[in-house]
Design a protein around this ligand. Structure first.
Ligand SMILES: [Zn+2]
Length: 329
């Protein structure tokens, strides 16, 4: 998979332009951000990692989670997602245009992986909830395969919930705190936890919703991945106020275990790290002049070693995209 298959260059440029404006307005509007301890382990007193777009990123000295601190409150975040022009572009253009490619490159694999872990753990095929379901692509595909009795989208955005409904996906148009449904066997949350003011509260809520032995499956950025470690604040994933939490395999495991789950799998099946870093180098946003090894892998010998290098990252938990499956105990 290439990045251009899920986002065109033209859309990316426009997205970048709008994001800049959205962040600028946000920073101007909200100056009273809130201080928090490490969202993974609760440690206080952490070190400055860097600043980007007027936001401060700290690194936990205990568990190496990177996080925005101080950070916007849930109310500020709701306002941001409802009014950001970049979100509007995403909903009206980028998502619809790239849905076919996302289905082929991302969603089919996700569904296969969900089914595989459910089969392995002998999970009841009753009710599945997808939190932050977006356009309901995943729920739609699970419904088409008929794996669960029901697959329900939880999506608080009115526009996206509308799309879910229009394609026959059951949707609860609420935030997860306000979801009142029981007897859940599987909860999925893809690329969601990095956006949340309080990830711990989210885990507690998932724990309440799930049946005993139920599964929680999530994906998120891995701060110990090749792209984020190499690019740091230059990484496009490093963007506040959207992304506030950047866990690593150890810190997410610690947090999940502390909140009543047993971790079954933590893998990094990412496919884009090498290409993302290569792109930044080609665009001269970073320099590889002092990194002859990376220059060789990502530029000079790219055609031969790019793909196997990415494979190496993915199989050794060194990719920036992380997959986590855990069971309620
Ligand atoms: Zn920590």
């Amino acid at each position: 998979m290439k990045e251009s298959e899920i986002r065109t260059d033209e859309s990316l440029l426009e997205l970048e332009r709008r994001l800049k404006n959205d962040v600028r307005s946000f920073v101007k509007k909200y100056t009273d951000l809130k201080n928090v301890p490490c969202p993974a382990c609760g440690n206080e007193g952490n070190e400055l990692a860097f600043r980007k777009d007027s936001f401060t990123f700290e690194r936990c000295i205990a568990c190496e989670t990177l996080f925005v601190n101080p950070r916007p409150t849930p109310e500020m975040l709701r306002d941001y997602y409802e009014n950001a022009t970049s979100m509007d572009l995403y909903v009206k253009k980028i998502y619809p245009e790239s849905e076919g490619a996302r289905l082929k490159n991302i969603v089919f694999n996700r569904v296969d992986s969900i089914v595989a872990v459910c089969e392995k753990e002998l999970i009841k095929k009753g009710t599945h909830l997808d939190i932050g379901a977006g356009f309901g692509t995943l729920c739609g595909e699970l419904k088409r395969r008929g794996y669960f009795e029901q697959s329900i989208a939880v999506e608080s955005s009115k526009a996206m919930a509308g799309v879910c409904r229009s394609r026959g996906v059951s949707v609860i148009e609420r935030m997860i705190e306000d979801v009142e449904i029981q007897d859940i066997d599987v909860v999925t949350a893809f690329e969601l936890i990095e956006h949340l003011f309080n990830p711990r509260d989210f885990l507690v809520r998932c724990h309440e919703l799930l049946n005993e032995g139920g599964l929680l499956i999530m994906t998120m950025p891995n701060v110990h991945g090749f792209d984020i470690m190499t690019l740091a604040e230059e990484s496009n994933y490093v963007c506040a106020p959207a992304h506030l939490n950047y866990f690593n395999p150890e810190s997410i495991e610690g947090m999940i275990t502390k909140n009543g789950f047993e971790v079954l799998e933590i893998t990094t099946p990412g496919k884009l790290d090498a290409e993302l870093v290569r792109k930044k180098a080609l665009e001269k946003r970073i320099s590889l002049e002092e990194q002859p090894f990376l220059k060789k892998v990502l530029i000079t010998d790219w055609e031969n070693v790019g793909a196997p290098f990415q494979e190496f990252l993915a199989t050794n938990r060194l990719s920036g995209h992380m997959w986590v499956a855990a069971k309620k105990v």
